[in-house]
Design a protein around this ligand. Structure first.
Ligand code: ADP
Ligand code: 5GP
Length: 204
């Protein structure tokens, strides 16, 4: 980052240091949320960046924890007000977006953040934050395993599961664009791989 050379008494870099951005993407059902939650629990002081969405909460999800759940009208208003760093219609009529306020507040405090985001949003966020970010794609061992996991999770209707599986091939085709791809077959092995690449990146 360019330094202002005219500043005589700069604030110590530990205070001015911007946080880093961890970008996680995966087809729905790959185990991304499971791995992110394990990473957050590992004690690395990572902050989950809460996105806004117009989809309904599922299972035990709470407003302001997993997402800010807002109506499609409210979502459109916020798009018009320029409040999103990026947003996508990931599934038909289901909007998801990263709020500038959410990201800036944490990065300015030097916090490292986790963005759970679809492949198109990941591409945009990576372009924006470049080397300040690490993009990780969580890949399922197969499409059949995805179906099985989504059915076992039991949070989506059969139609919603089909919609998610239909998008999976498209999402997997983006894997080569990511800095790292981790196959989540054995959960414990994937957990260790995620922890290892994230630690190495944060130490850089
Ligand atoms: P995503 O956030 O990618 O949609 P989740 O983390 O919700 O996926 O995982 C989907 C389901 O698969 C959950 O029920 C989770 O417990 C299960 N799961 C995660 N990883 C594995 C794995 N390696 N093997 C089997 N089931 C898994
Ligand atoms: P889910 O409905 O399973 O929580 O999320 C569906 C998809 O939307 C996932 O791929 C998830 O990563 C993505 N997603 C969540 N938040 C955002 C966001 O802020 N922006 C974009 N572009 N995608 C998001």
């Amino acid at each position: 980052m360019e330094q202002n050379k005219t500043i005589k008494n700069p604030i110590p870099s530990a205070i001015t240091r911007k946080g880093k951005v961890l970008i996680f993407s995966a087809p729905s059902g790959s185990g991304k949320s499971t791995l992110i939650n394990q990473l957050i629990a590992s004690g690395l002081q990572l902050h989950f960046s809460i996105s806004a969405t117009s989809r309904q909460p599922r299972g035990s999800e709470q407003d302001g924890v997993e997402y800010y759940f807002i109506s499609p009208e409210e979502f459109r208003k916020r798009i018009a007000a320029g409040e999103f760093l990026e947003y996508e219609e990931v599934y038909k009529d289901k909007y998801y977006g990263t709020l500038k306020s959410e990201v800036d507040r944490n990065l300015d405090l030097g916090r490292n953040i986790i963005c759970d985001i679809d492949v198109l949003g990941a591409r945009n966020i990576k372009k924006y934050y470049q080397d300040q970010s690490l993009s990780i794609f969580i890949q399922p061992p197969s499409i059949e395993a995805l179906r099985q996991r989504l059915e076992n999770r039991g949070t989506e209707s059969p139609e919603a599961i089909d919609q998610r599986l239909e998008r999976a091939e498209f999402e997997i085709s983006f894997a080569p664009e990511f800095d790292v791809t981790i196959i989540n077959d054995n959960l414990e092995k994937a957990r260790q791989e995620v922890l290892s690449v994230v630690k190495a990146f944060l130490q850089k």
